[in-house]
Each structure stands twice: as C-alpha cells, then as structure tokens.
Design a protein around this ligand. Structure first.
Ligand SMILES: Nc1ncnc2c1ncn2[C@@H]1O[C@H](COP(=O)(O)OP(=O)(O)O)[C@@H](O)[C@H]1O
Ligand SMILES: [Mg+2]
Length: 134
C-alpha cells in the first residue's frame, strides 16, 4: 500500500511544487513507484512535467473530482495518469477552481480525493500531492 504525502502550506511561493517534483524524481531514482498529483489550479507541477497548455486538458484531477461529486463513473487510470521519466502524475488545470467552489457546498467533500487515490494506492510506493493550501 502506497504512502500518501501531502505537500501543503497556505502561503504561496514556499517551494511546495519544487519539493513535490524533486521528491518524486528522487524516490523514482531510488527505484520506488511514484505518483505525483497536482492539486493546485495553477497547475505549476503539471507544467514542470512538460505539459505546456494545461487549459485544454480533459483528464485532470479537477475532472476526476467533478466525477466524484456528480457520482459519475470514474475513467480508467490509463486515461488520466501520465508518465514522465518513469514518474507517473495526474495533471491539473484551472478547472480545479470550478470544482473548488462546488466542493464547498458538498457533503463529504473531504472523502472525494481519497475516493480517487485509494484505488491507486496498491500500484505505488508513494503518492505525493502538491496542494495550494495545508
Ligand atoms: N531551494 C530553493 N532555492 C531557491 N529558489 C527556490 C528553491 N525552491 C524553490 N525555489 C523557487 O521559489 C519559487 C516558488 O517555488 P514553488 O515550488 O513554485 O512554490 P509553491 O509551489 O509553494 O508556490 C520558484 O520560482 C522556485 O524556482
Ligand atoms: Mg505550487
């Protein structure tokens, strides 16, 4: 079962994304199976992984969260998990900010992300979440 770590702080510009990215690559270099999750609508981690136009993405963490909220069927992991240099990641986009507003009105909002990540835990040694807030 993979360990899940959240890299979070309410303050911006405190190296959350840099830490997540470097930690992911270091753990991979140690032979670990790593999933990095971009949970920031600014999508800087996604850009770090080489995705240039995040606005056009249709399989982001925001879309997965929306599927959870709407109780829709989840897509297959190979649709939303990307790989760069052996590190798997789930991208983000500005769409996550739409979800964020909706999530505040939802019951059980705190379980939405675990509903996405729990089924993936057995595939990884580490799941790292780059958050906007802590
Ligand atoms: N150890 C470091 N030394 C110098 N600059 C750093 C260091 N870590 C991160 N930075 C720079 O600080 C800025 C903010 O980092 P970032 O990881 O995007 O922060 P956050 O995700 O918390 O908003 C970036 O320009 C990044 O390159
Ligand atoms: Mg960041």
């Amino acid at each position: 079962m993979g360990k899940i770590y959240m890299i979070g702080s309410q303050k911006g510009g405190t190296a959350k994304t840099t830490t997540t990215f470097n930690l992911a690559y270091c753990l991979r270099k140690m032979g670990k199976r790593v999933l990095a999750v971009d949970f920031d609508s600014q999508a800087n981690l996604t850009t770090c992984f080489g995705v240039e136009d995040t606005g056009v993405l249709e399989d982001t963490i925001g879309h997965l969260m929306m599927a959870q909220i709407e109780d829709e069927k989840m897509p297959f992991p190979k649709r939303y998990i990307r790989t760069k240099d052996g590190v798997d990641f789930i991208p983000s986009s500005i769409y996550l900010s739409v979800v964020d507003a909706k999530l505040r009105l939802e019951m059980g909002a705190e379980r939405m992300l675990s509903g996405i990540l729990d089924p993936l835990r057995e595939r990884y040694d580490y799941i790292l979440i780059d958050c906007l807030c802590g």
